[in-house]
Ligand binder design. Structure first.
Ligand SMILES: Nc1ncnc2c1ncn2[C@@H]1O[C@H](COP(=O)(O)OP(=O)(O)O)[C@@H](O)[C@H]1O
Ligand SMILES: O=P(O)(O)O[C@H]1O[C@H](CO)[C@@H](O[C@H]2O[C@H](CO)[C@@H](O)[C@H](O)[C@H]2O)[C@H](O)[C@H]1O
Length: 462
């Protein structure tokens, strides 16, 4: 497949060829690399923009590269995922940048120089913030800032080193920039939903201050979002594990989280269209869940014995649809779990990361869905916490579940437990997603969702 390449005039055409052998080795080792388990057979350049001249002491390229990989057996041929890279070029790396090393270039325009992941370096990170501050247009890159939002010059950057699906830089404890790593064309919910919520004055989500986009072959790509940094905030996952380790209950926080989730859902339902899901749509929803179950069982054989029993959670949903049950669907978070909830030092909860499940197509992530989907994600997360450290703490998770649902009902007027079939279907679907996610990214964690799978396969609805 041929693809139009966008590059600024000064970008050398031999650049990608000279980086190719280094990227083949480096890219698959990154946590955010989505094509784990299949070799990278080559790259093609989607866009290249020189942000600092490579001839200088420090060069900087913004690259969008497509990684070619053989399709999984039986899967449709795929052009390969497109990744956003910020490549720094230096004579040699100072020791502080050693973990960011990509390699030493042997041939081509950068021969003899060292290239590295420049997001971890001060000057390149400053270049990005400055470009957003000044609403720069460089090559295909469009840096924008929300009207009325100011960015002070000179904020000092530091990269977030935690392993994530994307990569983030904090600027002076004032802002955090998330650079998306695997990028796809279209409207990205990670910018779309926080902007919509900000315009609804929803206080539970940090409002985007600025963003980076590209226009390539007539298609928009969201590449990054800058938002206020919640200084001193702790994420729900850390807090839950801390309370568990102390033998403390997390009910009050779970209730507050339920309230926060409902506030966000109500604001999303005001800001963006809602639809009623009738028989055909619910049947399609159940069919999609069944397809994912079957695909997951192909990918992770440990699921095989549970397939028939799990199937019944989805056919129960289809049965309700056939009886005439309907549900309202709206835009949702799409991948809600404790790690996506931040508690500020004053005790207020915020929800972040509206990208949805990164492995699903964008169009699917942007579809209105029953709000129960997010609730199921959080309930799974309490279960994860209860099973990830020490002996399983089932009672602790049950208290969290009940408190979270009650908190949600207090604000929304609807208790998720009044939809047990839908809730079970979504929890099962999420646990199946988690099995695949863990098998791919964190095999040591596989037993956590597998324990839930076993339970769903052998117990009735609550
Ligand atoms: N507004 C914020 N304030 C403080 N920390 C944040 C903020 N947004 C994100 N973070 C931190 O950055 C981490 C990664 O952000 P997230 O949007 O979840 O990215 P990813 O898609 O890579 O998982 C979060 O787990 C959180 O610790
Ligand atoms: O990186 P993202 O936040 O977009 O989400 C992915 O990674 C998550 C793990 O970091 C994964 O979440 C699963 O593990 C969590 C504990 O680490 C647990 O709280 C969640 O309930 C569980 O789903 C998430 O599924 C994945 O999309």
């Amino acid at each position: 497949m041929s693809e139009a390449v966008t590059r600024t005039a000064t970008t050398s055409p031999g650049l990608l060829a000279s980086l190719d052998p280094l990227l083949r080795e480096w890219l698959p080792r990154q946590r955010w690399f989505a094509g784990k388990g299949r070799p990278v057979t080559g790259f093609s350049l989607v866009a290249a923009t020189e942000l600092l001249p490579a001839t200088a002491k420090l060069g900087l390229y913004h690259l969008l590269v497509r990684a070619h990989q053989p399709s999984s057996i039986g899967a449709e041929p795929h052009p390969g995922d497109c990744y956003q890279l910020l490549i720094g070029v230096r004579e040699a790396l100072p020791p502080r940048l050693a973990p960011a090393l990509i390699g030493h270039v042997e041939e081509g325009p950068l021969a003899g120089r060292t290239v590295y992941d420049a997001l971890y370096d001060t000057r390149p990170a400053e270049v990005l913030l400055e470009a957003m501050r000044t609403r720069a247009r460089i090559g295909a890159l469009r840096f924008d800032r929300e009207a009325g939002q100011e960015i002070r010059a000179g904020l000092v950057p530091r990269a977030v080193t935690a392993e994530q699906s994307n990569s983030s830089v904090i600027y002076g404890d004032t802002f955090i920039l998330k650079l998306l790593r695997r990028v796809v064309p279209g409207v990205n919910p990670d910018l779309e939903l926080p902007l919509a919520l900000a315009r609804e004055h929803c206080p539970r989500v940090p409002a985007p201050t600025a963003w980076l986009r590209a226009e390539l072959a007539g298609e928009p790509y969201v590449l990054g979002v800058l938002q206020p940094f919640l200084q001193g905030a702790a994420d729900g996952w850390e807090l839950a594990l801390r309370e568990l380790a102390k033998g403390e209950d997390f009910g009050a926080e779970a209730r507050a989280l339920g309230r926060a989730t409902a506030e966000v859902h109500l604001a999303l339902a005001r800001a963006l269209p809602t639809v009623t899901l009738g028989h055909t749509q619910l049947q399609r929803l159940a069919d999609g869940m069944i397809e994912r179950l079957e695909a997951a069982a192909q990918a992770v054989p440990a699921l095989h014995p549970y397939v028939p029993a799990l199937h019944s959670a989805f056919s129960a949903l289809a049965d309700l649809a056939a009886e005439g049950q309907t549900w309202t669907a709206q835009r949702v978070h799409g991948d809600l779990h404790l790690g996506q909830c931040l508690r500020a030092p004053d005790g207020e909860w915020f929800l972040i990361d509206f990208e949805g499940e990164p492995a699903r197509p964008l169009a699917e992530r942007r579809m209105p869905q029953p709000a129960v989907r997010d609730i199921a994600g959080m309930l799974r997360s309490f279960d994860y916490a209860a099973h990830s450290a020490g002996p399983p703490a089932e009672g602790w998770a049950d208290t969290c579940r009940a408190a979270y649902c009650s908190g949600y009902a207090e604000v929304s007027g609807r208790d998720p437990r009044t939809d047990p079939v839908l809730l079970r279907a979504y929890e099962t679907d999420k646990a199946i997603y988690e099995v695949v996610y863990e098998a791919r990214h964190r095999p040591d964690w596989l037993s956590v969702p597998m324990t839930a799978i076993e339970r769903y396969a052998t117990t009735d609805l609550y």
